[in-house]
Design a protein around this ligand. Structure first.
Ligand SMILES: [Zn+2]
Length: 377
């Protein structure tokens, strides 16, 4: 019953405890892609047509204003390519929005500067209050849950929604896409980062200073109030254009001197440590399986290639000690203290207050209406 099993089509396996296989041994992530995403995903002329309509509307909304949309940019491949497509291909005038949570790699900083400079765009950087960030991140370590990247992610989204709301920017462009993200991290691995009830509960139990400046959002506010009452929409343009990761990276390197990362999300030093070491070593959740499975389904990697890559450790053994030390130092704790959190019992999102019923209800409704196709489960 609990035998370790790998999907015969992608590389997801029973380390995702909710995975379901059909009689051919193909998993529900794959079947969701074939049934719900692929049939309605067009990056040819039809995608271009649709995106052109959307862009026309965005330009109309932004007429007479300093910019017509905002794009959150981390310096990673998805958001960098999006900035290029929006400005160079579709002629938008985006304000590039960056949230600095204290963990930017030097490569990320360089990538953002190079793109913004060469495209002649304006960059708005919001710096998160470091003492509060540090306190919240420590609280997550102490809580024992797997989704300890929540403080960064929540801050990224909340800052952007707050900005859009405050300045009445109608269109937020996101680098979210099917091409590299059609398989999503299971909720058990990475619980919803926008759940403010959970964030506050964990902070109340393990934090040591009030969150005065840390930006907060709430699912009902950003998923219902902002889009349906204030007309602020989140758009994912990369789903309408051909987006092949290797080709996009090459283009950005040639045009802008953009530098690639060894793995998705490694633009943040915290996320690199968390996704390559903490999550797989402490919990057995290896996000490379999700990322490679997406690339397999969209024809950008073979299953054999993915299995070969997965046979290597998810982290670099020669530098992991330095990474561990860097994270402890930056958080202002000893290596021993960080190690003690690593060894503490594992918890789940269910051990703390949450709004998971709202997320589940929202996901059911979105799927019924066809609004969400690559939802988490
Ligand atoms: Zn599969």
């Amino acid at each position: 019953m609990n035998k370790f099993t790998v999907c015969t089509n992608c590389v997801m396996d029973t380390s995702d405890s909710s995975i379901v296989f059909d009689d051919k041994g193909i998993c529900d992530h794959c079947n969701n892609f074939y049934q719900n995403i692929e049939p309605e995903w067009y990056t040819d002329e039809r995608g271009h047509q649709k995106l052109t309509e959307i862009i026309t509307k965005i330009k109309k909304d932004g007429f007479g204003k300093d910019f017509d949309c905002i794009i959150g940019m981390s310096g990673g491949i998805d958001s960098s390519y999006l900035v290029y497509v929006a400005k160079e291909v579709y002629g938008l005038r985006p304000l590039v929005f960056h949230v600095d949570a204290g963990w930017n790699s030097q490569i990320a900083v360089n990538n953002i500067e190079r793109l913004v400079d060469k495209l002649g765009l304006d960059l708005y950087t919001h710096v998160i209050d470091w003492e509060e960030m540090r306190d919240l991140q420590l609280a997550y370590f102490k809580s024992g849950v797997p989704h300890i990247d929540t403080p960064q992610d929540h801050a990224f989204f909340a800052t952007m929604y707050n900005f859009a709301s405050k300045y009445n920017v109608k269109n937020i462009l996101t680098g979210a896409n099917y091409s590299t993200e059609c398989v999503r991290n299971p909720v058990e691995w990475m619980y919803y980062q926008s759940d403010v009830i959970q964030l506050k509960d964990i902070h109340k139990k393990f934090g040591s200073r009030p969150l005065k400046n840390y930006p907060l959002t709430n699912i009902l506010w950003h998923k219902v109030y902002l889009p349906y009452f204030k007309g602020i929409k989140v758009i994912a343009p990369l789903n309408y254009v051909p987006y092949v990761k290797q080709e996009a990276m090459q283009l950005l390197q040639e045009k802008f001197g953009w530098q690639p990362y060894p793995q998705k999300h490694f633009e943040s030093r915290f996320t690199k440590f968390y996704e390559s070491y903490w999550l797989p070593k402490k919990f057995g959740y290896d996000v490379r399986k999700v990322q490679y499975s997406s690339l397999i389904l969209t024809g950008q990697m073979t299953r054999d290639e993915a299995l070969m890559k997965l046979s290597n450790l998810p982290y670099d053994e020669s530098t992991i000690h330095q990474d561990f030390e860097f994270v402890a130092n930056k958080l202002g704790i000893s290596i021993k203290e960080l190690q003690s959190y690593f060894e503490a019992p594992n918890k789940t999102y269910k051990d703390y207050a949450s709004q998971d019923y709202i997320y589940k209800l929202g996901s059911t409704i979105s799927k019924m209406l066809g609004l969400e196709k690559a939802g988490k489960r």
